[in-house]
Design a protein around this ligand. Structure first.
Ligand code: AOF
Ligand code: ZN
Length: 373
């Protein structure tokens, strides 16, 4: 089959759909965050939508409801294949067929085994022109979390780091508040808003007793879930994350052998205890991430200390690093932002690809992505 030819208009409307799709990131898991734009034959947008909080209604349903009868004869631009399965609502492919759209431009095939090509086929069987693949790379980037869950059985992992110029995250005595400025902290809250969960280690919970909520004007409701890795069961019931688990869900992942004991320890709280396997004296991070994906998480932001950060890097599961760098120095006895990586030689150092640099107040934020061949 020859590749479909896309017009400038097609490109424009798919870009609108992609920018809509980003709005759901962080609060639609376990679903992907999809954008949909319906365009009439004279080029007017008659409907638009993105996946709604909790994952339903889907983007197409929102756009179709907005368009009503104006959807007849329209072209639908969708950032992911319309679904073909009967869930809590009829499939989006059926919705598009019944509404009488004449063409569907879709960025990507949905890897969900319930769909994976069937949505496109249903549309074609109904006589609708279906063109797939426009801005596929961009659509993959927006839904890197959902695709990671579907294709690798683990969430997309972003590691947030904040340090001085010399990569120290605290003084020798452990003082760390505040190394970066107010702008970087606000950017950190934005990051929380578009992730499904924040991951921390028990050590951080015990040392800092953080609340890890998203405190942004108007976006307070977007606090992601909190996940604590606590192999040995050290986190006290009095910790803020435990005490506030009614408001913002908190999960605690512990070693299989501690599961029964910890379930009892947290029985009177809203904390959900999950168990995972161990490797040596640590939680097996691959197993932990598989469990988190099984629970539906797609995008996880790591705000841990240097030990868990090093563990995740050593396990090769860090997909993105966002490093906030303050224009200050602590010096050699300060705490390194990444603990020992066990390198024997420089050639073994993990490498990332820098993908953006931006100024954030007096600090800079540098983003690095995993190098994937
Ligand atoms: C769409 N449009 O906006 C989204 C889709 O649990 P359900 O029934 O909501 O189905 C979830 C699946 O639907 C999800 O795994 C993915 O395949 C698809 N998500 N599909 O047509 C949307 N969010
Ligand atoms: Zn759907």
């Amino acid at each position: 089959m020859t590749a479909p030819a896309f017009s400038e208009d097609d490109r424009h409307f798919m870009r609108v759909a992609l920018s809509l799709s980003k709005r759901g990131l962080g609060n639609v898991w376990p679903n992907p965050s999809v954008g949909c734009v319906l365009v009439s034959s004279d080029g007017a947008i008659v409907g638009r939508g993105h996946t709604q909080p909790g994952g339903r209604p889907h983007a197409e349903r929102v756009a179709l409801d907005l368009a009503g009868p104006l959807a007849r004869g329209a072209t639908a631009y969708v950032t992911l294949e319309p679904c073909s399965h009967v869930g809590k609502a009829p499939p989006c492919a059926t919705g598009l067929i019944e509404a009488g759209v004449s063409r569907v431009v879709s960025a990507l095939t949905d890897p969900d085994p319930r769909v994976s090509g069937r949505g496109h086929k249903m549309l074609r069987d109904a006589g609708i022109q279906v063109d797939v693949g426009l801005y596929a790379d961009e659509a993959r980037r927006v839904n890197a979390g959902f695709l990671s869950k579907a294709e690798r059985s683990r969430p997309f992992i972003t590691l947030k780091l904040a340090s001085t110029l010399d990569a120290r995250s605290a003084t020798a005595s452990g003082e760390s508040q505040w190394i970066t400025g107010a702008g970087a902290r606000e950017a950190g809250h934005m990051l929380r808003a578009n992730h499904d969960a924040i991951l921390v280690g028990a050590k951080t919970v015990i040392a800092d007793d953080p609340s890890l909520t998203c405190r942004l004007a108007g976006r307070g409701h977007q606090s992601p879930l909190r996940v604590i890795l606590d192999r040995a069961g050290d986190v006290p019931v009095t910790a803020r994350l435990v005490q506030t688990a009614d408001d913002v869900p908190t999960w605690l992942v512990t070693a299989n052998k501690n599961f029964a004991e910890l379930s009892e320890k947290f029985q009177k709280t809203a904390v959900k205890v999950i168990s995972a396997g161990c490797a040596d004296d640590h939680l097996d991070l691959h197993d932990v991430l598989r469990k988190l994906a099984d629970e539906g998480l797609t995008r996880v932001l790591v705000e841990s200390g240097g030990n868990l950060a090093a563990g995740l890097i050593r396990a090769g599961v860090v997909d993105r690093i966002i490093h906030f760098v303050a224009p200050s120095l602590i010096g050699g006895d300060g705490k390194a932002m990444i603990a020992d990586l066990g390198l024997k030689q420089l050639a073994d150092a993990p490498h990332f690809k820098r993908t953006s640099v931006r100024e954030v107040g007096a600090d800079i934020a540098v983003t690095y992505d995993k190098i994937t061949e």
